[in-house]
Design a protein around this ligand. Structure first.
Ligand code: HEC
Length: 265
């Protein structure tokens, strides 16, 4: 039950100096969107009007012939107050509805999953994959910089947005590595597409992948710590999100290494 506002809208004075007040009830219901306002009239009576009714019952004259309406300025004022309150309620409730919709969007993982599928620049193989993880993984990979370093060059010919061209990610080498790092001579980003035999991203099992992301352990050169790869940052993601990245990398096309020698310094 929402709040109710009772506002006087009419006052009738009968010949016997009996005053009848009519009230208009404004009910605001929160329960069913869209908002519904139910205007119901209710009648409240002074004790005197009860006495009048008893008299009317005796004379047999209907009440509406006995009463006359007075349109006093206070009534118009009351109506305005009613309308103002109704308008304020509507604005307040609209704001409330919008707010809760915004919260829903902010909280919904489905929104990110959906977005992930929209922005994936390559066709995905979902066979045997967890669809939600793939979508979420795409959202993370394609919005968090993996592509910057692991796709080289970043843009297809004529598709460089920094030159004002319509953006086209270089899908021919999407996540196949090969970017030399200026501050790490001899270190190139690695091919993290699924290997052709087992479909494992960069040939890594989920466990090995977690070790890369959490500790920067070079799985191809035991004891070596990966350089240039911002694992101290990405490793702070939740394990669920890291799994999502892994699942997405399983779903993208397998490509050969985009470099002669992997970095092994
Ligand atoms: C700043 C550049 C950069 C970014 C951003 C980056 N990487 Fe890397 N990544 C590298 C480099 C460079 C290496 C190889 C480092 C070396 O050999 O010392 C690497 C290595 C890896 C490896 C190890 C591959 C193997 O063969 O063992 C994985 C897995 C990986 N990156 C995944 C990711 C993912 C997933 C993201 C995004 C969340 C990401 N990287 C973002 C630069 C980057």
């Amino acid at each position: 039950m929402g709040p109710q506002f009772y506002i006087e809208s009419e006052r009738s004075i009968t010949p016997g100096n009996v005053v009848t007040y009519r009230f208009r009830t404004l009910q605001v219901s929160y329960r069913f969107p869209p908002l519904c306002f139910a205007f119901a009239r209710s009648r409240m009576r002074s004790p005197g009007s009860v006495a009048l009714d008893q008299r009317l019952a005796q004379t047999g004259k209907p009440a509406n012939q006995q009463t006359r309406r007075s349109h006093m300025p206070v009534n118009r004022f009351s109506r305005r107050v009613t309308l103002a309150l109704a308008a304020i309620s509507v604005l307040f409730l609209l704001g409330f509805v919008r707010q809760s919709r915004g919260d829903k969007e902010a909280n919904s993982e489905q929104v990110r999953i959906q977005r992930g599928f929209e922005i994936a620049p390559v066709s995905l193989n979902l066979g045997g994959k967890d669809r939600n993880l793939v979508g979420l993984g795409s959202y993370i990979v394609n919005t968090s910089g993996c592509i910057d370093c692991h796709t080289w060059p970043n843009w297809a010919p004529g598709g460089n947005p920094f030159l004002g061209e319509r953006e086209q990610i270089n899908t021919a080498v999407y996540l196949a590595g090969g970017r030399p790092l200026l501050n790490q001579p001899g270190v190139k980003s690695r091919n993290i597409t699924p290997d052709p035999t087992f479909g494992l991203p960069a040939g890594l099992t989920l466990n090995e992948f977690m070790n890369v992301m959490h500790y920067g352990q070079d799985q191809q050169h035991p004891g070596r710590i990966l350089q240039g790869m911002p694992w101290p940052v990405f490793g702070k993601k939740t394990d669920y999100e890291l799994r999502a990245i892994y699942e997405y990398l399983r779903a993208i096309p397998s490509l050969p290494n985009n470099y002669q020698k992997p970095s092994n310094k």
